[in-house]
Write a protein that binds this ligand. Structure first.
Ligand code: SF4
Length: 234
């Protein structure tokens, strides 16, 4: 298990080199013009969803935008977003607008992948879509150099921590190398970024139905609160 910014070393180096040459608004423009998944025949249209460009020190990475986000043009604008912002408020990040200013909200893939074939929720982006979009996230992270990544949902969890079950990840803080750290050790450690996993806030996820899982979420929000309260310039 390893905390990385995702991708292999060559991809990260390329993203780092690219990020060194671009400003965040320029990177956003580049992503907004992306048609890779359409060209590959994976989605019928591209509408990348990004937050307002900001130099937030915390980055939250979800799975992919949904239909509401595509319509509104803003990450986490739908039902899942309402749950997420409630959680972030509980963790001390203030109301939705305050959290949006403090946390850079993005996702593994940037375009709505369409509904799930089963009709329950949105389709999980395919490995091919994740691969095509990987460089965008790498460039975002290389440019922002966050001290904390909040990994929301199983796809983001796997991206940063490998194949770790949700119940062994939520409620814990991880440093580089996948080392679990307490909040004080995490802040004292010079290794960055820290990774704090959260479950997906979508109503389609049944993970939170179990009382023990809701207790893990409470622990995760408490850990996030401690990090946010104590971190310098967070
Ligand atoms: S999901 Fe990512 S790679 Fe695919 S078209 Fe959208 S921005 Fe481009």
């Amino acid at each position: 298990m390893a905390v990385t910014s995702g991708g292999n070393r060559t991809q990260r180096a390329a993203a780092g080199a690219l990020a060194n040459q671009l400003t965040l608004p320029q990177l956003h423009l580049q992503i907004l013009n992306c048609q890779r998944c359409v060209v590959a025949g994976l989605i019928d249209h591209a509408a990348p969803i990004l937050p307002a460009p900001s130099r937030a020190g915390m980055v939250l990475v979800g799975q992919a935008p949904g239909r509401v986000e595509e319509g509104v043009g803003r990450p986490f604008s739908g039902r899942a977003g309402r749950f997420l912002f409630r959680w972030l408020e509980e963790a001390g990040l203030g109301d939705e607008e305050s959290a949006r200013r403090t946390v850079y909200l993005t996702s593994i893939t940037k375009c709505f992948p369409g509904p799930s074939p089963s009709g329950a929720g949105d389709r999980r982006p395919s490995p091919a879509e994740v691969d095509l979009c990987r460089g965008h996230l790498e460039s975002q992270l290389a440019l922002l150099r966050p001290w904390l990544i909040v990994a929301v949902g199983q796809m983001a969890l796997e991206r940063f921590l490998g194949p770790l079950p949700m119940h062994l990840a939520v409620g814990r803080i991880f440093g580089p190398g996948g080392v679990e750290l307490g909040p004080l050790d995490a802040l004292a450690s010079s290794g960055r970024p820290l990774v704090l996993p959260l479950p997906h806030p979508s109503g389609a996820s049944r993970w939170l139905n179990a009382p023990e899982h809701r207790a893990l979420l409470g622990m995760a929000l408490q850990a996030l609160r401690e990090l946010v309260e104590r971190a310098p310039n967070s």
